[in-house]
Design a protein around this ligand. Structure first.
Ligand code: HMG
Ligand code: MG
Length: 316
């Protein structure tokens, strides 16, 4: 029989929920700290076991993340949940360590223009800057992940060769970054390109330590996820209700919605540990709090079906 060989799909996927960070960082209106805290808590109650909570970046660059300390202090942590935060430099690391994250994320790019716009330095300078950050974090017992932005294309430079992405992965490996995110910052990737880029990154990182971070701007994120799954990737990042976008990638929409990702994975018989109904309710709740449409198609469909069933039951 032709078609997908289910035996080659992973039995389990670990999702890193990035909604509180990637999802909210681009919100134009200040989101109250207590809403951010409640979002994290609802996500962990829905079964997410890795959550990117906030970032320790310049508040002049990203004002929405300025309440990082307050958010980290207020979240009631659950055992077994990994709380990650973004850190661009030593100043950010020092601030972050005070709040005891389980993991920090350094973020570099495979495109020079994006590196300059996002973190105000070249790719080579960023690696030099990250090296002592990684060393100090690991010395403090904190895990380190590295995001490679523009791995599938750049808003300023266009196409990005897979070899350039592999080069950043190699440099991350050399400074002690433990796992990497192949990030499609502007959601332009398509499945075969995703597979080529992941194969290039896999020259330097075991696939167990590679995750897919797909924004859904062109509607390709689930197809890209499936392409990565078929290669053996089993770590993915997503944002509840499809929130978000990067402030330095104009026009880019949010990450793939976690609800849509979970629906796909459960449909493939892959375990995520996530309660889709509780997640969908969280997506509806945060969308209402932000006054935006809910970007999770599976979330909307599931809640509409539940509402219809409840209405039908009350008529009986
Ligand atoms: P800079 O201006 O070159 O830094 O910015 P600087 O060292 O010259 O310092 C300038 C000012 O910033 C100083 O304050 C520093 O104290 C302060 P002043 O003296 O002017 O009052 N500063 C800081 N404040 C708080 N925390 C810090 C910090 N560092 C310096 N850590 C810098 C360089 C990296 C700081 C800046 O460019 C920045 O904050 N960029 C962050 C951009 C960002 O957060 N982007 C979004 C996250 S990445 C993303 O979304 C992509 C991802 O999802 C994957 C994907 O989809 O591609 C991860
Ligand atoms: Mg992102």
């Amino acid at each position: 029989m032709n078609g997908m060989d289910v035996a080659h799909l992973p039995a389990r996927v670990r999702i890193v929920e990035v909604g509180p960070r990637d999802g909210l960082q681009n919100e134009p209106q200040p989101v109250p700290t207590e809403v951010k805290v409640e979002l994290v808590q609802r996500l962990q109650a829905a079964g997410l076991r890795e959550i990117e909570v906030t970032s320790y970046v310049s508040p002049k660059w990203v004002p929405q993340m300025a309440d990082n300390h307050a958010v980290m202090a207020a979240v009631q942590r659950q055992p077994g949940v990994r709380y990650a935060v973004l850190v661009p430099n030593l100043k950010g690391l020092q601030a972050a360590l005070a709040d005891r994250p389980d993991e920090i994320v350094v973020f570099g790019a495979a495109s020079e223009a994006f590196s300059q716009r996002n973190i105000n330095c070249s790719i080579a300078e960023s690696i030099e800057r990250f090296a002592p950050v990684v060393e100090a974090a690991r010395a403090a017992g904190v895990a380190v992940r590295g995001a490679i932005s523009c791995a599938l294309g750049c808003p300023y430079e266009g196409d990005v060769p897979a070899a350039r992405v592999a080069e950043v992965a190699q440099r991350f490996k050399a400074i002690g970054v433990q796992r990497v995110d192949v990030a499609d910052t502007i959601g332009v990737g398509t499945p075969l390109k995703v597979q080529r880029v992941i194969a290039a990154v896999a020259q330097h990182y075991d696939l167990d330590h590679v995750s897919g971070h797909f924004h859904d701007t062109y509607g390709q994120a689930l197809a890209n996820t499936l392409a990565a799954l078929q290669m053996g990737v089993w770590n993915f990042q997503s944002s509840v209700a499809g929130l978000g976008g990067c402030p330095y990638a104009r026009g880019a929409t949010g990450n793939v919605a976690t609800e849509d990702l979970v629906y796909l994975l459960h449909g493939l018989g892959i375990d995520t540990g996530v309660d889709l109904r509780a997640l969908a309710e969280t997506g509806a709740w945060i969308s209402a709090r932000l006054g935006r449409p809910n970007g999770a198609r599976a979330g909307r469909a599931l809640l509409a079906r539940c509402a219809a069933e409840t209405a039908a039951a009350s008529e009986r």
